[in-house]
Design a protein around this ligand. Structure first.
Ligand SMILES: [Zn+2]
Length: 297
C-alpha cells in the first residue's frame, strides 16, 4: 500500500471516528455489536511477502485488539449469532495455511495472553512437509508446520481446523468425489494426525465464488460445525452462524484499524453468495490459481 493511500485512510478515520464510535455504541445498546474475525497466514521477520506480517506488527495488532475488543473463539461468535445477542464488539484470531514460523512468536504470544485462536492447516502439506506451490513459484519455499508442532499448539489451547487437503480452489471443483476428498477425507486425515476432533473449515481463497452451496453442504454433512470465508465482512446478528465471515489481518495498521472500527461501506457492499452448483460424478483437474486472491479483501 502506498504512503498516500495509508495517509488518506488515516485522515478519513480521524474524520469519521466520532461518528463510528456513536454508531457502535448504539449497536451495543441494541445487543447487535459487530463481531470481527481476523485471518493471518504467516508471522515472521524473515522472507517478507504479501502474506507475512512481522512479529512486531503482529504484536501491535494483538495489543490493539486486547485494548479495544472482547477476544472470543469462533464457537462464541456462533453462540452470539444464534442467541441474537452481541453486547460488545469482539475480535477473533485465526490463521490459514500452516506456516512453521508461526510457532516461534505468534502462537506463543496468543497462548501467553490466553487469546482464543483457530489455526487452519492444509493436510497434504503437513503430511509431506512439502512447501506451498505459491511459495515455490516465488522461489521462496517456506517451512510447513509439523504434526508435532500442531499437536503441541493444540495441547496449549489453539483449536486446529481444516484448510482442505491441497489448498483447493472450490470454484474449479466440478466433481462430488473431489469435494469429498478435499473436505471429508481431509477432515478424517487431520483428526487422525492430531488425535482430536476437527470442527471448522476455512475455505481457501474464501471469496464468494468459492462459498458454493455444495461446499457448505458437504461440510455440514461430515459433521463440521462452521465454515469460514475470507472475502471481508463482519458477523452481525441475523447472519447464518454456520458461515463465519472474516477479513485479513492487514499488515498496514491504518487499514486494519479501519476494518475493526466498523466501516459501514464494507457492510453495505456485502456480496451475494452463489446459489447454484455444477457438479457431476466425473473427476476433474485442479487448475492453477493465484494465491494473491487470498489477500484481496
Ligand atoms: Zn490459504
Amino acid at each position: 500500500m502506498t504512503l498516500i493511500r495509508s495517509a488518506a485512510i488515516s485522515t478519513r478515520l480521524a474524520f469519521q471516528m466520532p461518528w463510528r464510535r456513536r454508531q457502535v455504541k448504539q449497536m451495543c445498546r441494541d445487543g447487535k455489536a459487530p463481531m470481527s474475525v481476523l485471518f493471518y497466514h504467516r508471522v515472521a521477520d524473515s522472507v517478507p511477502n504479501p502474506w507475512t506480517i512481522s512479529n512486531r506488527e503482529f504484536e501491535r495488532q494483538v495489543d490493539y485488539c486486547r485494548e479495544h475488543f472482547e477476544l472470543i473463539s469462533l464457537e462464541e461468535v456462533q453462540h452470539r449469532l444464534e442467541s441474537g445477542h452481541s453486547p460488545r464488539p469482539t475480535a477473533t484470531f485465526t490463521f490459514d495455511d500452516g506456516y512453521a514460523e508461526n510457532c516461534a512468536f505468534a502462537l506463543p504470544l496468543l497462548i501467553r495472553h490466553r487469546i482464543p485462536c483457530t489455526y487452519f492447516v492444509t493436510t497434504a502439506n503437513v503430511r509431506t512437509g512439502e512447501p506451498f506451490e505459491h511459495d515455490v513459484r516465488r522461489n521462496a519455499p517456506l517451512p510447513i508446520n509439523t504434526v508435532e508442532q500442531l499437536r503441541a499448539a493444540a495441547d496449549a489451547g489453539i483449536e486446529m481446523g481444516l484448510h482442505t487437503a491441497n489448498h483447493v480452489d472450490f470454484n474449479q471443483v466440478r466433481s462430488i468425489d473431489h469435494l469429498q476428498r478435499e473436505i471429508v477425507d481431509a477432515k478424517a486425515d487431520l483428526e487422525s494426525m492430531l488425535d482430536r476432533p476437527v470442527r471448522y473449515l476455512a475455505v481457501p481463497f474464501g471469496m464468494p465464488e468459492q462459498m458454493r452451496p455444495a461446499v457448505l453442504q458437504t461440510a455440514r454433512d461430515c459433521g463440521l460445525i462452521g465454515i469460514c470465508s475470507a472475502y471481508g465482512a463482519y458477523n452481525l446478528i441475523g447472519d447464518d452462524s454456520f458461515h463465519i465471515r472474516r477479513f485479513h489481518g492487514d499488515p498496514e495498521f491504518n487499514r486494519f484499524r479501519n476494518w475493526l472500527t466498523f466501516d459501514n461501506r464494507k457492510n453495505i457492499r456485502r456480496p451475494d453468495l452463489p446459489t447454484s452448483d455444477i457438479l457431476d460424478d466425473s473427476d476433474d483437474e485442479t487448475p492453477e490459481v493465484t494465491y494473491e486472491e487470498c489477500l484481496s479483501t
